[in-house]
Design a protein around this ligand. Structure first.
Ligand code: ZN
Length: 436
């Protein structure tokens, strides 16, 4: 597949994934097509070498793996980690604000989005709803409004004369509610929002609706840009681009037939610190690795030995150099778009890379014929982090933090390079199928 086709597929994946719930569903659908079997954490597992499996926790984190033919105790796990969530706005439990002849929806800020980029976009709503069934139990469903539904109109420059000098500052409580309707109080039923959701859901009445987790998302589809269409843009490149690269590499025939135990772990809640039942700082990955070992008849010491043999790549997007803002970057670590995956290094272990894990990744890049770059944050600006330090601390697995260069991280419209996506798929394929 050409790099352009791979990115076309990525853009489609993101367009179909307006929430972490949808992203995991898109991934699970692809796995099912490739004969992966869904495992339930509540059931007993019977695994066989060469078997393909996936486990979903709470609809928005997923771990999938192929059990190797070679003994786990001697080869360990080859793991790729990434995250399924992106920063943004989430609808509040009682969202309806009715005043001044307008109905607005109240939102909470999830993680650290660039809020100004949410203004004047064609926004809508997607996520998970929970409802009472006719039998009285609780069930869930994914929901998505396809058409633009809500909007955050900017303040005209005539009322905000310093916006270009001082930037657009939005008060999180007062200035983020999103306009939905001209409905006035007399027309409004107390169940208005439940009715709205019920109309969109399949076969649910408003009175059955109980609770929801809903994202605000941008309905604009992803596109290519640049004189040679060498760049692409969409929402959620951080970090669905890494999930997509990992999935594509994993589903390659050479990887599926490899004799080693390979694992992809994609977590929700990275943008808010990963501390949850399904986050990277929770029990999901240790639980699944341990259960894999038990189901493959590996004892406790064998499991610890397997961990000691293991390696993890933590893939999350990196900051590409934007020449309009030279002061923001470390001058000797300018990461360029379309010049290859980036190894992220931080002396304070905000990234988990060390010299050996970095060298191993460089080796795979060289074997795959993929260029690579190194990133170090400016010393006078606090550095972001990833899931790498958490999972490596928990499991004692040697880890490298890498990611593709991108612009405008946490904007609702992020950009990256076409070649880099293809490079990442190639090096991950090499990692998964490497015999060392
Ligand atoms: Zn990220």
């Amino acid at each position: 597949m050409t790099a352009h086709n791979q990115v076309t597929d990525l853009l489609k994946f993101i367009d179909n994934s307006p929430s972490a719930f949808h992203a995991v569903k898109s991934i699970a659908d692809q796995l099912a097509q490739s004969d992966f079997e869904c495992l339930d954490e509540k059931q007993k597992w019977v695994l066989k070498p060469g078997g393909r499996y996936y486990v979903i926790r709470d609809d928005s984190s997923i771990i999938f793996f192929v059990a190797g033919h070679k003994p786990l105790v001697e080869t360990g796990y080859k793991i790729l980690g990434a995250h399924t969530d992106s920063p943004g706005l989430k609808i509040k439990p009682n969202p309806v604000i009715n005043s001044d002849g307008l109905l607005r929806l109240g939102v909470e800020v999830y993680g650290g989005p660039i809020l100004a980029t949410f203004t004047d976009r064609d926004l809508s709503i997607a996520g998970r709803i929970s409802y009472k069934t006719a039998e009285g139990s609780i069930a869930s469903q994914l929901i998505r409004f396809e058409q633009p539904l809500i909007r955050l109109p900017n303040l005209a420059i005539h009322m905000n004369r310093t916006v270009n000098e001082e930037g657009l500052k939005l008060h999180k409580q007062n200035e983020l509610p999103l306009i939905l309707s001209t409905m006035i109080a007399e027309q409004l039923s107390p169940d208005f929002f439940k009715q709205l959701l019920a109309e969109k859901a399949s076969a649910i009445k408003p009175e059955q609706m109980v609770s929801w987790e809903l994202n605000v998302y941008d309905t604009q589809a992803g596109v290519f840009w640049g004189n040679e269409q060498q760049f692409y843009t969409n929402s959620q490149l951080d970090n669905l681009a890494s999930c997509h690269a990992g999935l594509q590499a994993f589903l390659d025939a050479s990887v599926l037939q490899s004799e080693y135990t390979r694992v992809c772990a994609f977590f929700d809640h990275e943008e808010i610190g990963s501390e949850s039942t399904k986050g990277a700082d929770g029990s999901f990955l240790p639980d699944i690795l341990q259960r894999m070992a038990l189901a493959l008849n590996v004892d406790r010491e064998g499991y610890q030995r397997a961990l000691a043999h293991s390696f993890m790549i933590s893939a999350d997007m990196a900051h590409a150099y934007q020449p309009n803002f030279p002061a923001a970057y470390e001058p000797e670590h300018k990461v360029r778009v379309n010049k290859g995956p980036v190894i992220k290094i931080n002396a304070n272990q905000r990234y988990s890379s060390e010299s050996i894990s970095a060298a191993l990744f460089i080796n795979w890049c060289e074997q795959a014929g993929v260029p690579y770059q190194s990133y170090s944050h400016r010393t006078d600006i606090p550095c972001g982090s990833t899931i790498g330090p958490m999972t490596s601390a928990k499991l004692g697995i040697r880890t490298v933090d890498v990611g593709n260069p991108m612009w405008a991280m946490h904007s609702i419209r992020e950009s990256a390079g076409v070649l880099d996506h293809a490079y990442m798929i190639k090096v991950l394929r090499c990692f998964f199928s490497a015999t060392t």
